[in-house]
Design a protein around this ligand. Structure first.
Ligand SMILES: C[S@@+](CC[C@H](N)C(=O)[O-])C[C@H]1O[C@@H](n2cnc3c(N)ncnc32)[C@H](O)[C@@H]1O
Length: 243
């Protein structure tokens, strides 16, 4: 069994997916509130930017991977209309249930599917666009997941990866202080779980930076990859085209 990381801890690959599941089982009920508080609402702007870049059209077929509580799925569903398709998917049932309930409350009944990004249950070339927001970092075999995302896209289709990335150097110290001192306390106070938010801070530090992720996407079969830094690199949007 190969070794990987759960935050800063080296763990074997099977242990990682169990630990990630525990994190999202624990935070699911307060996930949306925590996102707003810890990012001061900025996650909404990052997601709105990704949706604007995606520029999906009525009739498009979209797969939202690691869709969680459904922010991107909801935005895409409004754009593709009744002729299109948005599949809201995630490996974690608790997160998916939160999302599905929220979408239904807002009048959107989307196909909702529990699935692992590393083995997608879809035919080759099925989608015009695949998105994964703040999910890739948690996956065990990121290269395998990226190859699967590539496989299910049609030629010319695009993958959007919105993820925490490498912050600009002048902000590093302040960002580290916030991540390791404030975030776990907020997590403890709001979600009753400081450890999961410490994992969040650690997982960002061991995630590939902008250049490395771009090269991983190219190796997975994306002929062209653009990188958009957001908030000085706190987050990056990678857009890959399946050529
Ligand atoms: C931080 S949440 C992001 C949720 C949502 N996309 C958003 O931006 O608010 C990360 C999600 O990745 C999911 N995830 C982790 N590993 C996964 C995998 N191998 N396949 C699919 N989803 C995965 C988790 O269950 C969790 O819901």
């Amino acid at each position: 069994m190969s070794e990987t990381h759960f935050g800063f801890q080296p763990v074997d690959e099977t242990a990682k997916s169990h630990r990630v599941r525990e994190v999202f089982d624990s935070v699911a009920p307060k996930y949306d509130l925590m996102n707003d508080v810890m990012s001061l609402g900025l996650h909404r702007a990052w997601k709105a930017y990704a949706v604007a870049v995606a520029n999906v059209r009525p009739g498009d077929k979209v797969l939202d991977i690691a869709g969680g509580t459904g922010d991107l799925s909801r935005a895409f569903a409004r754009k593709v209309g009744s002729a299109g398709l948005v599949v809201h998917s995630d490996i974690n049932e608790a997160m998916l249930r939160q999302g599905r309930d929220r979408l239904i409350d807002e009048g959107l009944a989307l196909p909702t599917l529990i699935c692992d990004a590393e083995t997608l249950p879809f035919a080759t070339g099925r989608f015009d666009l695949v998105s994964v927001a703040f999910g890739l970092r948690n996956m065990t075999r990121k290269d395998k997941a990226l190859a699967e995302m590539n496989r299910v896209l049609r030629p010319g289709g695009r993958l959007l990866v919105l993820e925490f990335s490498k912050v600009a150097r002048p902000l590093e110290k302040a960002y580290d202080w916030y991540s390791f001192n404030v975030l776990p306390r907020l997590g403890q106070w709001i979600a009753g779980d400081g450890a999961s938010y410490r994992y969040l801070a650690e997982s960002i530090r061991v995630h590939p930076d902008q250049a490395e992720l771009k090269s991983m996407m190219k190796s997975a079969g994306f002929g062209h990859v653009d990188v958009h830094n957001l908030s000085a690199g706190v987050v990056a949007l990678h857009v890959g085209i399946k050529c």
